[in-house]
Each structure stands twice: as structure tokens, then as C-alpha cells.
Design a protein around this ligand. Structure first.
Ligand code: PHE
Length: 456
């Protein structure tokens, strides 16, 4: 058992819920449909599932194993397993990435607060037209006072929970209300697939057209898998570090990956059939997709106002159980490695992430050049998302796989995962995945993407 001042999860169930809480969030309900819509539908969904199984699951196990073995934050963990080496820079990349993602994550989560207020206030009841919600969305996100206050409120929530420490704050928050979110989501799916004309959307979402798969889409799928599973930046190292020695990592990881994937697939099933029945909306809508489509679906459900308000407040809670893991990584680093108190670390990093999120908040119409960055043509938020979710996480994942496969060793990792009861086949399979398949696949995708972006 662990001694010393580090917190521990109250129970294995508590850990699984907290890790699932980290995984399930805006990544599933906001980013997954957005990326599916931009990347052409069903073929992307299949590519995504492959990435989750072949790359996501082994890397999740690797992160949890590193975390529990070392009982440290990502930087300290790499330093402990490979003393005096440069591997700790991989942990450092994770710490930076946590702050980077948190900055715009909080902006989008702020929109869900705005939507909760709108729904509860009746603004989305008896909609005059589908277009109406789009206009309401645009006026919300382009209003600087509004978006900045909502961003500030969400960041304050996140900081408050992380201040509470591991068991009191994070675990308790994670245990609340997630099943209710699932129920409302199922209701949405039911309504969406039974709308007249839903089959067009179902086809888009479920019938793959493989001519649409390019290296660019594979890269999107991989980035989405890392983002959605909270991988590649050490969040799972950090959560694993608060885990007691008894828990079986393999079954915990399976639960987390299964739940995360199920919620993402359901979110797509709620969005796409409905989307195609509304004229004037395109699947490639971008970050506003769910915010435009969902109120229209709720409007077609009896009691939609209540369900809508319920949905957005639960989405907010799901986002919160993710954002706390984004903040916990750099906080754990400052506490463990730099001797800061939890309070100092939370205040400083929360303020930093807030400031870094300001251009993302203002770049949705309030400030022109942030809305369409000169030379790039995308918004500041989109650019941050590409930089951190697509590149930083996958590069982190590449090094994680290399580290466990070739430096720390697959055997000690397997021992930590407690594969004792797993078959020989599983052991061999895991070894091949971590040593060869994961690093090679990620490297090939990254290199191809770099090459294709160099050729005009
Ligand atoms: N997985 C979270 C979500 O889906 C986001 C996240 C990414 C959290 C990386 C931690 C680390 O919303």
C-alpha cells in the first residue's frame, strides 16, 4: 500500500467512475459528432472504432500501469521509471497540453451553461424555425460579455472541485447523475431516429463509403480517440496514481473504454438522423453542430423544455468531471515536483487556463481576426483544438507506447496490469500492440500527414 500524503480513491468502483467521468465529456457529445460530420460519416466512425480498440485500449492500460506503479504525476512517473533521462519531457508535454485543452474546453462548456439557462428560461420552446436556434447560438457565442462570463463560471467550478482533493471532490462529483445523462441521451436517440426522413442521416452515420478514408481522416480519428479517452497527456497516469494496488487494471480499463465509446456512438445517433431532416443545416457545421441540432430535437419531444434543460445541465456535469482531470495533471505536477500547495497550484493554473481561453471565447464572432486567423482561416478555438487534441495528444501517445514497449518493458507493465488471469494470447497480443502496432501506426499517420501538408 501507499504511504504518505497522497490521496487514494475510495473504492474501485469510485475509480472506474472517476476515470469514466474523465473520459466521458464534451469529447463524446460535442467533439465526436462535430468530427464525424466534418470527416464524412460512417467510414470515419469505423476508423474511429479501430483506433479505440487497437491503439486507445493498450495506451489506456499503459498509462494506468505507469501511474499505479510510480504513484506520481506524469513528469515524476517518467523520471522514476527512467532516471536521469529525457523521458520526463513526455510528462512535461502532458502538463502543458492539460492547460492548453482546458483553456478552450472551458469556453465550450460555458456554452452549455448558456444553453441550460436558455432552455430553463423557455427560450427554446415552440421554435418558429430550425434557423432560429442557429441565430440564437451565434448571438450567444459572439457576445463577449456572455461567453467570457460563462467561461469564467465554468473555470471557477473546475477549480473548486480540484481544490477539494481526490476523494472528496473528484470522486464524489463523478458518482453523481451520469446514469441520468444516459437516459436522456437514449430518449433523444429514440426521437431522432423516428423523425420522418431520419433514414438519410442514418445512412450517413452507419453506411461506410471507404473512398472517403484518407490519411487526414485517419489522423482525425486517432486524435478523437485520444481526446475522448483522455489519453496521451498523462491524465490516466495521474488517475492511476491514486489507485490502490488491488484493483485489476484490465477490467477497469475495459469498462472505461466501453462506456466512453457507447456514449459517443449514441451521441452520433441522436444528432445525424435529426440533422438531415432540418433544411439548411450541414453535417460539417463545425463546433456549433450539437448546439444547433439538439434544441430542435427537444422541441419535438413532449416536455422538451424540461429534458433540454436537464440534458444541458448534465452535459455540464459530464464536462466538469473531464475538466477536473485536465486541471489535475498540471496541479499534481506542481504539488509533487515543485512543492506547491494544492491551493496555490489550482489558483495559478486556473487563472492561466482562463487567460489562455480568452482568445478562444472571443474568436467566435466577437473579434474578427480571432474568428478567422490570418493565414489559417480557422478560428482560434479550432487552431488550439488542432494543436493540442490532434497533435499533442497523439505525439504524447506515440512516446508512451515507445516508452512502455521499449524502455520500461512490456513485462513489468503487464505485471502491474494484473494480467495474471488473462490468457497467454492476451499477453502476446498486448506485447505486439504496444511494441509494434501502436507506435508504428501513430508514426506512419503523423509522418504522412506532415508530408501531405508540405506538398501543396
Ligand atoms: N476525454 C475528455 C472528454 O471527452 C476530454 C479530456 C481529454 C480529458 C484529455 C482529459 C484529458 O471530454
Amino acid at each position: 500500500m501507499v504511504s504518505g500524503p497522497r490521496g487514494l480513491w475510495g473504492s474501485r468502483v469510485g475509480f472506474v467512475l472517476a476515470a469514466a467521468g474523465s473520459a466521458i465529456g464534451l469529447g463524446n457529445i460535442w467533439r465526436f459528432p462535430t468530427t464525424v460530420g466534418r470527416s464524412g460519416g460512417a467510414a470515419f466512425v469505423l476508423t474511429y472504432l479501430l483506433c479505440v480498440l487497437l491503439i486507445g485500449l493498450p495506451i489506456m492500460l499503459a498509462e494506468l500501469a505507469i501511474g499505479r506503479r510510480t504513484q506520481r504525476n506524469p513528469v515524476g512517473a517518467f523520471a522514476a521509471l527512467a532516471q536521469g533521462s529525457l523521458w520526463r519531457l513526455v510528462g512535461g508535454l502532458g502538463v502543458v497540453t492539460g492547460v492548453g485543452i482546458l483553456s478552450y474546453y472551458s469556453v465550450v462548456a460555458g456554452w452549455t451553461i448558456g444553453y441550460f439557462l436558455n432552455d430553463a428560461g423557455g427560450a427554446f420552446a415552440n421554435l418558429p424555425s430550425e434557423e432560429y436556434v442557429k441565430q440564437a447560438f451565434l448571438s450567444l457565442i459572439s457576445n463577449p460579455t456572455m461567453t467570457l462570463s460563462l467561461h469564467a463560471v465554468f473555470m471557477a467550478f473546475t477549480m473548486a472541485v480540484v481544490l477539494g482533493g481526490v476523494k472528496g471532490g473528484i470522486e464524489r462529483a463523478a458518482k453523481v447523475l451520469m446514469p441520468v445523462l444516459l437516459i436522456i441521451l437514449l430518449l433523444l436517440v429514440l426521437r431522432s431516429v423516428t423523425l420522418p426522413g431520419a433514414s438519410v442521416g442514418l445512412e450517413f452515420y452507419l453506411k461506410p463509403d471507404f473512398s472517403k478514408v484518407t490519411f487526414a481522416t485517419v489522423m482525425e480519428a486517432l486524435g478523437q480517440a485520444f481526446f475522448s479517452l483522455s489519453l496521451g497527456m498523462g491524465a490516466m497516469i495521474t488517475y492511476g496514481s491514486y489507485l490502490s494496488r488491488q484493483a485489476n487494471l484490465f477490467s477497469s480499463a475495459l469498462w472505461v473504454v466501453g462506456a466512453d465509446t457507447a456514449i459517443a456512438l449514441l451521441a452520433g445517433l441522436a444528432i445525424f438522423p435529426a440533422l438531415f431532416t432540418f433544411p439548411g443545416l450541414s453535417p460539417a457545421e463545425g463546433p456549433g453542430l450539437i448546439f444547433v441540432v439538439l434544441p430542435n430535437v427537444f422541441d419535438k419531444i413532449p416536455g422538451g423544455m424540461v429534458f433540454g434543460a436537464g440534458f444541458f445541465i448534465l452535459l455540464l456535469i459530464a464536462a466538469l468531471t473531464s475538466s477536473i482531470s485536465l486541471l489535475e495533471v498540471p496541479v499534481a505536477y506542481l504539488i509533487d515536483e515543485r512543492g506547491w500547495t494544492r491551493r496555490q497550484a489550482v489558483l495559478a493554473l486556473g487563472a492561466l487556463a482562463f487567460a489562455l481561453g480568452v482568445p478562444s471565447a472571443l474568436g467566435q464572432g466577437a473579434v474578427g481576426w480571432l474568428t478567422s486567423l490570418p493565414g489559417l482561416g480557422v478560428s482560434f478555438l479550432d487552431a488550439m483544438d488542432t494543436l493540442f487534441a490532434k497533435y499533442s495528444l497523439t505525439i504524447g501517445g506515440l512516446f508512451l507506447a515507445l516508452f512502455v514497449g521499449w524502455r520500461w518493458g512490456v513485462e513489468p507493465a503487464l505485471d502491474e496490469i494484473a494480467f495474471v488471469r488473462a490468457s497467454r494470447f492476451n499477453r502476446v497480443f498486448f506485447r505486439i500492440l504496444l511494441r509494434y502496432i501502436c507506435p508504428l501506426a501513430i508514426a506512419v499517420i503523423l509522418v504522412n500527414l506532415a508530408l501531405s501538408s508540405m506538398t501543396p
